[in-house]
Design a protein around this ligand. Sequence first.
Ligand code: 4AD
Ligand code: MG
Length: 460
Amino acid sequence: MQKRIAIKRLFQEEQAGQSVRVGGWVRSVRRGKEVAFIALNDGSCFASLQLVVEPGLLESLPEGLGTGACLSVVGDLIPSPAAGQRWELQVSGLELIGGVDESFPLQKKRHSFEFLRSIAHLRPRSNSFGAVFRLRSALTFAVHQYFQQQGFVNVHTPIITANDCEGAGEMFRVTTLDPQQPPQKAGVVDWQQDFFGVRTGLTVSGQLQGELFASAFSAIYTFGPTFRAENSNTSRHAAEFWMIEPEMAFCDLAGNCDLAEDFLRYIVGYALKNCREDLDFFAQRIEKGLIEKLQTLHQAEFHRISYTEAIERLLASGEKFEFPVVWGCDLQSEHERYLTEKIYDGPVFVTDYPKGIKAFYMRDNDDGKTVAAMDLLVPRVGEIIGGSQREERLDRLQEKMAAQGIAEGELEWYLDIRRWGSCPHAGFGLGFERLLMYLTGMENIRDVIPFPRTPGHADF
Ligand code: 4AD
Ligand code: MG
């Protein structure tokens, strides 16, 4: 059989006049007396290929040619007289591989994202989700390319772990114990009898292990699945999401912000250069002005303000917030969005948060009140990055752990890198789905992850 060529390559390499074989799924069929037009999409690019078919060729087909059907065709690529497309395929042979009937749920009309979520197994065949998941794939590659070019070593940190890095108690448990009758010791579950001999869960962050590797390879990054049993039913939280976590030795908070900024600019530039067709679709259908926003972002210097300044700006704004603003409070999403949308109208780093609201590993500032933390806030989405300079001083770290109720001896391996060859270091975590939401204009995290897991939902 003649080898199949991806429609994207067909368009790129302009194989005019040549006989080619393509395969794909029908988006629409228009039957005329003289000729039939079929729009065929194989997912390799946004555009469908227009097939020009003589009615005679269709007569010999079995039942089932309609939107959603799978076809394999051979034909010649010719310049198209129709507006909006350069090429079409004059079909000489056509095979209906998988037929359909009218019950196929993705008929050619606009569907709501809610409805499409209920058919997440079919939605990749729609224009919107084709564009989202091609972009997701392209940017996965761009993330690795950026860090590899910069000399960062990629680390696969464990998915099953015994430590709750963020200390928020949001771990999913991993166990092989019988849930009906777990073994007990002194009235509580005896985790020593569990598979790993300790209580384990799914990772909420690869940071702690990342720090160990940064203490050997200087600059590392992780990029993998992350799990949080947060019962927040918002459009920005998923129970399973992907996080990119770079960690750098010999780096302070300002250097950490510099890396985040440079990295984001690279990703935006990559998308503009390599994913233009999909971005144009988002600009047309999802967020007006998206391309200009990305072009500005690609050039912009991000604002940097301290938490204390942020609080002052919010207080001075005169805005009525649902959650009152006081120094020491955690910034709520309404505060974050006000800062980035109303005050700065672009990305802003907020740094040096009160130590009471941040994780144990962040480095104490000299003021005794704040830690060297940074969050990057962007319009519409809010926080997309959380990071910090880490506490590299053994005694300070031990004090902080005790203050946050971490049992002595629990993280000795983490303390060891402060015992031998300790080094100032910093890193951050970027939520990949939040980045995709920002770059596409998609408003719900469930629509940028192939099979979303959220409270009450683990379908497909
Ligand atoms: O701010 P977070 O909790 O930071 C950490 O986990 C650090 N250990 C990272 C580090 O310094 N290496 O999470 C980092 C980012 C957030 O800014 C957000 O983009 C994303 O992860 N994130 C979520 N994304 C989707 N759904 C959730 N439930 C998320 N929770 C955090
Ligand atoms: Mg955070």
